[in-house]
Ligand binder design. Sequence first.
Ligand code: GNR
Ligand code: NI
Length: 182
Amino acid sequence: MARLAILEYPDPRLRIRAEPVTKFDAEVQKLVADMLETMYAAPGIGLAATQVNVHKRILVCDVAIEGKQPYCLINPEIVHAEGQTNAEEGCLSVPEFYDYVDRAALIRVKAFDPQGRPFEFQADGLLAVCIQHEMDHLEGKLFVDYLSELKRERLRKKASKKAKRAQHDGSDTHVPSSVPVI
Ligand code: GNR
Ligand code: NI
């Protein structure tokens, strides 16, 4: 198992639409194990493959308060949605930023497990919110896209300040654009 690097806003790779998985092989199974390790280490309650720069329709989540209850959804589809909920969301790709987003309160989801077996289940509460958040990642969408222009402007300023600071003090893992990468 390995911890994977998580892309951060405004990285353009977060905007790539993920492709369906067609082969449920050892490579997919290793990726799922690495995504779970990365999610638990972060820590986070969900992770989409897009966030670790793999543009395949794979997500993992675990909203259990005690113990572990991992879910892995491959090629997920929402076949039914009802009601509305408004919960505060955060994202490992948008660190230190939280806001409220409207989502369906109850969803019925069809997906495949890492062995390629289809399954279907119903989710509500935080699990439903998390699955909708992760499925948006697979479309290249971020929760901040739902916020008002004013709030997104604030986020853009915050991100550009952070980027400048990283370039200045070299405290981050970012490679300065002036350094040639051979
Ligand atoms: O860790 C996470 N917490 C969270 C809280 C409310 C709604 C959604 C989430 S998902 C997030 C991890 C993440 O960025 N997944 O893509
Ligand atoms: Ni996220």
